[in-house]
Design a protein around this ligand. Structure first.
Ligand code: AMP
Length: 281
């Protein structure tokens, strides 16, 4: 497995692979890898010849007071895990390489970035779309794989790819979970043992919502109220949002029909955790 740290070396490598007719699969991450990230490598391998994973904690997607400085990092462990999952190249630039002093250009997707996570993190998606657009230009992938864990992010990236005519395919892979249902996340290490137990309620509440829908409930307020009451029973949980939205423009729905996304964000102690489920009626 190669480790590349400069944009120019990555460009050369991508050009060489493309000249050789290789299909480049790309998995963007911020590192501190877990099974969720590795599942994206495995998914990418089904569709490409060479897998490039980026490991870059992107400062522009963190707001003031968020955890950019403390975000967990362990590159040596990440490199070992990525290689064992079949990664061929890790792109691991430093912040200066990606955002030199005179960097002035940002990519912004409108409307769908202002709701859900965008409502409480107003500059987050601008940072995400900017880094992902830059990484697409640097790595020149044919296929890029994102996790359903960040459902809004995947929807925003797909919108950007269509709107800016990027010539690549976006795939979205399922959420990998711990045995009790908690969605894997690099930020789960912030949870105390007590909070870690409480955190299982997020998935349980989504499953309860799904069951209500299966039993015929179509009123979004009723379903959201049930989720809220389950989460509020946890002493350390502070709800950021619980929403039921349509899956293209992320508008809230009142009466469920077609495909909807039930998404939530809850702070449990230090970390803000997100989870979601898609439901087809
Ligand atoms: P991150 O390193 O948190 O920025 O995540 C990098 C990619 O991994 C994103 O596309 C995430 O959606 C995806 N990802 C994170 N956690 C999971 C998970 N539990 N299951 C599947 N994909 C995940």
């Amino acid at each position: 497995m190669k480790i590349i740290v400069s944009v120019s070396d990555m460009h050369k490598q991508a050009d060489r692979l493309r000249r050789e007719g290789k299909i480049i699969g790309f998995v963007p991450t911020m590192g501190y890898l877990h099974e969720g990230h590795l599942s994206l490598i495995r998914e990418a391998k089904k569709h490409s010849d060479i897998i490039v994973m980026s490991i870059f904690v992107n400062p522009t997607q963190f707001g003031p007071g968020e955890d950019f400085k403390d975000y967990p990092r362990d590159f040596d462990r990440d490199a070992m895990l990525a290689e064992s999952a079949g990664c061929d190249i890790i792109f691991h630039p430093n912040v200066q390489e990606i955002y030199p002093e005179n960097h002035k250009t940002y990519v912004e997707v409108e409307q769908i970035t202002k709701v859900l996570c965008g409502a409480s993190r107003p500059t987050h998606f601008r940072g995400v779309t900017t880094i992902v657009a830059k990484l697409f230009n640097i790595i020149k992938p044919h296929v890029a794989v994102f996790g359903q864990k960040d459902a809004q992010q995947a929807i925003v990236i797909k919108r950007m790819v269509q709107d800016l005519n990027f010539d690549l395919k976006i795939l979205v892979a399922p959420i990998m979970r711990e045995p009790d249902g908690l969605a894997m996340s690099s930020r789960n290490i912030y949870l105390t043992p007590e909070q870690r137990k409480e955190a299982a309620i997020l998935y349980q509440s989504l499953m309860q919502a799904k069951q209500m829908i299966e039993q015929g409930e179509r009123n979004a307020d009723q379903i959201k109220a049930q989720i809220r009451s389950m989460i509020e029973q946890q002493p350390d949980a502070k709800i950021d949002y619980i929403e039921i939205v349509d899956t293209t423009n992320l508008n809230p729905v009142q009466q469920l029909e077609g495909e909807v996304l039930i998404a939530l964000a809850v702070k449990i102690g230090k970390p803000r955790l997100i989870d979601n489920v898609f439901v087809r009626i």
